[in-house]
Design a binder for this molecule. Sequence first.
Ligand code: C2O
Ligand code: CU
Length: 489
Amino acid sequence: MGRGSRGKRRLSAGAEISRRALFAGLAGAALMPLRAPGRGARAATLLQAGAERRLRAAAGSAPLVGGSYPDTAVWCYEGVVPGPLLRARQGEAVRLVVENHLQVGTSVHWHGLRVPNAMDGVPGLTQDPIASGARFVYEFELPDAGTYWYHPHIGSPEQVGRGLYGAFIVEETEPPLVDRELVWIIDDWRLTEDAQISDDFGNWHDASHAGRLGNTVTVNGRQPQDLSVRAGERIRLRLINAANARVFALRFQDHRPRVIALDGQPVAPHEPAEGLVVLAPAQRVDLILDLEGQPGQRSPVDDVYYQQDVVRFLELVYDEDAPLRDKPLDGSIALAPNPLAEPELATAERHRIEFGGGMMDPKLRRGEVTPDALRERFAEGGIWTVNGVAHLAHAHEPLLRLTKDRSAVLDLVNDTVWDHPIHLHGHSFRVLTRNGQARPHREWRDTLLLRPGDRAEIAFVADNPGDWMFHCHILEHQETGMMATLRVG
Ligand code: C2O
Ligand code: CU
């Protein structure tokens, strides 16, 4: 079961742990009060226009595993994992005061929010790191409604991997009518046998393969608990993947969730391909879930991304109450579009961007790179490349200079045998094609999963001036070279 086969790996100090071992210890956890994964949604307070909100980054602890396991020592915002759920209304301005009580410099990046460059939270590029003991005030407006999140952008594999992240929800003026809204911020942790974070951050194996895959999955900072539901209700489920490296593909048995937004941006409501809700690191999916089962029914939600290893994620557990209604609500579930400029394809500038490197580099097989050249790059810490160059620092010569307000079409190629969720800062982009096929919904995204060998065309209007990161969101890949910057203006 579980990710035993993958999850069982050598950890620090020779400790070995498997997801099975962690679950085995959970028998006693049944006595713990059940917590719906969505409870975070109710804990949120709406940011009042003009009001300020403090985010204090510090060491803390969290009952990630539960049962008889000790709390896990983490780094987190305001003492909780995930950090406070920030909610504000579209069009409002927010002021967020980040205080650093960690021993290391930090920053906050507002993933997916189209903020001014100086508020983007990228040390070396848009600001200095917030030193230990210092604070930084982020202030910006919220042009787009949707599901976003925030996390540090320095030493990210360790800072995000130890628990520094939270959800940021921007409410629509007219949200679709639902009975409940839930936010699931999903993470994947590598824990030792005593439920502590394995401190083998930055190791070469993770960096050169699939990144830091863990052995313990959490939803809102707890191991997933079954979700009790009532027949007939309609739930809006906002999913966020905060894991360093793990991709999820959720299959809702007996149910047909419909996708209404991807990476915060509205999309024509549709059932996902093959019924799988795929969520790569940093991606978000908003779903409408109609609970069409019967009172007393149990329906599993499984994670099937790593196909040899189907994992029961949680179960939807119907209570015995009579159905809330006999047919699904009929109001529209489509979201109003956000004010994104439509790219003009005919006049767009076009660029090809190739992601390369990693173990089993296809260029080695094709004789396009010599083992010596590779060894040399690896020795300098550059495992991954963008257009042949491994960038190890945020500040570097821009990969592209884009004319402000002009449209750009980027032809992205994954020339590796690994997954790469590629994220662009400061803009959302339309996905035009994937492996030569037009995308039926031409969805807007800010993070696109490129599977091995994939090719995709994306388009956007370069309307937000500044230097913007463009990188893989498997944090160990980013840190070892798979990043670049685009300069707009
Ligand atoms: Cu979510 Cu460059 O980051
Ligand atoms: Cu990658």
